[in-house]
Design a protein around this ligand. Structure first.
Ligand SMILES: [Zn+2]
Length: 421
């Protein structure tokens, strides 16, 4: 028996310095799906850098690109399972399309989709998202700052990027770790063609099912998190409605650090329908778990049938978490491919593929070259470039993705014949 959908109330506060923060607030979106009309809410935060073009483009196009990557004939459970992969496809398509238009500017992205009691968050960059409930506080986003992510530093170095601090002269290095050329502090973003293809748009995705108590979500740009810890942000606005809470968080951040950057905060309360007026007031025990960014994972034993009726059923449940930058891992699926995703469509741009045209997403590994999902040749080039396998002249001085330059000779991989199993 499915619980009644929660009520979603949100508030927004922002203080501008550069004018490069943009938000997307959409409640009650409707879409006709396999099992009828579905209603969902979408919240996005886009913190642009080196100009605002990438942030604006992403705000206007990302959600559509994600929704187009979800097959329409799925039921609710299948749709929830398909969303992480659709988010990866939508992020990569948006990045690819934007880079064909603009050479410079980039943006962080935190995109939240709430459908029923399931929250799915996809993120690149350092705008963070936290969720606080009676079960504890957790991060729903990753931090893609080079400074605090060794795995990402290794990936970028292996793909041909240089990482180091700003040289202040006389052998003195200052500031955070940056990627050169360009000097970006982030390892993932949408845009940033001038920095290099190894700054990838592949999002960290986390999906949870809330308990019936609901909870509070905070999405903020780095202007907030540079000044406030997650606990401080939650504590300073407890009991306040979302709009007042967002304003309070921005105020506290500015009091601590001054207005050094665009500072934006979205607060979203997800409340059970029974008590719409009461904001969640979780106990203080959450703090330690928040710091560890860990989730209480259910053991495989506890999900067995015999145990089920003795188990407390009403707690936050982690459905999905994956942050790999490798598309061969992120576009694969455990679900039957022929049912879930159409084989004759590019897994990234959703372009129709003619027989023999698709290239397996596994084409550069030693096995599984005949397996889907498949990419069009243009998206395959994008994938190879992101993995540092296709040297692009002068870091994006040449765009291989336009119709004017269909240079097949730079395609480094063997083509696989498209075949439906
Ligand atoms: Zn494609």
């Amino acid at each position: 028996m499915e619980r009644e959908k929660p009520e979603i109330v949100h508030g927004l506060a922002s203080q501008t310095k550069k004018g490069e923060d943009f938000t997307l607030l959409k409640t009650d979106c409707q879409r006709t799906m396999g099992d009828g009309v579905t209603t969902f809410s979408v919240f996005g935060l886009f913190d642009g850098h080196n100009g605002s073009a990438a942030a604006i483009y992403t705000k206007e196009n990302l959600l559509n690109n994600v929704l187009k990557a979800i097959p329409t004939d799925l039921n609710t459970d299948e749709r929830v399972a398909a969303l992480p992969r659709a988010l990866v496809a939508g992020f990569v398509k948006t990045d690819k399309d934007f880079q064909e238009k603009e050479k410079i500017s980039g943006t962080t992205v935190t995109l939240v989709i709430i459908e029923g009691w399931v929250i799915t968050v996809a993120s690149v960059g350092d705008s963070r998202c936290i969720f606080d409930s009676a079960d504890g506080g957790i991060y729903l986003s990753a931090d893609h700052r080079l400074e605090c992510n060794e795995e990402e530093r290794e990936r970028i170095t292996a793909s041909g990027g240089d990482i180091g601090r700003l040289n202040a002269g006389a052998g003195t290095e200052i500031g955070p770790l940056r990627c050169w050329p360009g000097g970006l502090c982030l390892s993932r973003s949408i845009g940033d063609r001038d920095v290099g293809e190894f700054i990838v748009p592949v999002p960290y995705v986390k999906q949870i099912k809330m308990s019936s108590a609901g909870g509070r979500m905070i999405i903020s740009s780095d202007g907030v998190w540079d000044a406030l810890s997650a606990e401080a942000a939650l504590d300073c606005c407890r009991g306040m409605p979302p709009d007042a809470a967002a304003a309070q968080i921005v105020k506290e951040a500015l009091q601590a650090d001054g207005l050094r950057d665009d500072t934006t905060c979205i607060v979203i309360d997800i409340l059970p329908q029974e008590k719409p007026a009461a904001p969640p007031t979780p106990p203080k025990k959450i703090i330690k778990r928040m710091l560890m960014s860990l989730f209480r994972k259910k053991s495989s034993e506890s999900s067995s049938h015999s145990d089920k009726k003795y188990k407390e059923p009403d707690e936050v449940e982690e459905l999905f978490e994956e942050g790999s930058a490798m598309l061969s891992k992120r576009l694969d699926t455990k679900y039957p491919v022929c049912n879930m995703f159409q084989l004759f469509i590019c897994a990234i741009c959703q372009l129709e593929l003619k027989p023999g045209e698709g290239i397996s997403v596994h084409a550069d590994s030693s096995s599984c070259q005949w397996d889907g999902p498949f990419l069009c040749s243009s998206c395959q080039l994008k994938k190879e470039a992101m993995e540092g396998k296709t040297p692009l002249e002068g870091h994006g001085a040449l765009c291989p993705f336009t119709a004017n330059n269909p240079d097949e000779s730079i395609l480094p991989v063997q083509r696989s014949v498209l075949k439906c199993v």
